[in-house]
Design a protein. Structure first.
Length: 247
């Protein structure tokens, strides 16, 4: 049995950027073939994450970090390359993904839980526990369109952690919510790691990457600029920041 949780081999992803602005039905160019160029977001990405490891990914805005997580979670398909996942995977990528703003917190837990793989009976039995962890018991019948970003983060994270997957993908979760809940989420994440789970984590907190991650990756302009020891990854990233500041 492989000791690898996630394997990426030569993954590339591009998006089409359209240039023409005359897209009104009244325009004589409306039915003309639209011109575009391909913007390469990820370029020949290869790396492996072992079971039980925490990988911290750093990089500038626009470097492809979020796109990479969406490919690993199979939300997006790569243009080419091979992705191998060994285990159940749960992505925690955007606040409110899978939620219906017209539904209550309780209804959304059930909806989101089913999307994450629970049966309706299973997730209903966990609703009270999830609301308690999220500290949102008194808002269980409130439509989430009235929720703040912090409240959405609590609801999303608390529901996702109930899945107890083998692999967890996180896109900078601890930047939202109050300090108390950030610590609570951190403790839950560390408990998750202690149980031998795999975590792939995009973070702007360089101290977090150095202190808690088993390995690191610096993603720069769609390429793996550095992969390996978290301290070296952070040093390389800081060097690039200083180069930009000096230019």
């Amino acid at each position: 049995m492989s000791d690898k949780a996630v394997i990426l081999k030569n993954i590339s992803k591009s998006f089409k950027i359209y240039h023409d602005a005359e897209n009104s039905p009244n325009s004589k160019h409306f039915f003309a073939k639209r011109s575009y160029e391909k913007l390469m977001i990820l370029d020949d990405i290869s790396f492996e994450v072992k079971k039980g490891e925490m990988l911290g990914i750093v990089g500038f805005n626009g470097s492809g970090k979020s796109t990479l997580l969406r490919i690993i979670s199979k939300i997006l398909e790569p243009d080419r390359g091979e992705l191998i996942i060994n285990g159940q995977i749960t992505p925690f990528l955007e606040l409110g993904t899978g939620f219906n703003p017209e539904f209550s917190a309780k209804e959304n837990i059930i909806l989101y839980g089913v999307l994450l793989g629970f049966s309706e009976k299973e997730i209903k039995s966990r609703v009270n526990k999830i609301l308690e962890f999220a500290e949102l018991e008194k808002f269980k019948d409130t439509k989430i369109k009235t929720f703040s970003a912090g409240m959405l983060a609590k609801l999303s994270f608390s529901t996702a952690m109930e899945v107890d997957p083998d692999i967890l993908l996180i896109d900078e979760i601890f930047a939202v919510g109050d300090m108390h809940f950030q610590k609570k989420s951190f403790d839950a994440l560390m408990s998750f790691k202690k149980r031998g789970k795999t975590i792939i984590f995009v973070s702007h907190s360089l101290d977090f990457v150095k202190q808690f991650c088993d390995c690191g990756m610096f993603l720069h302009e769609g390429k793996v600029a550095e992969f390996g020891d978290p301290n070296k990854i952070v040093e390389r990233f800081i060097d690039e920041v200083q180069k930009i500041d000096a230019s």
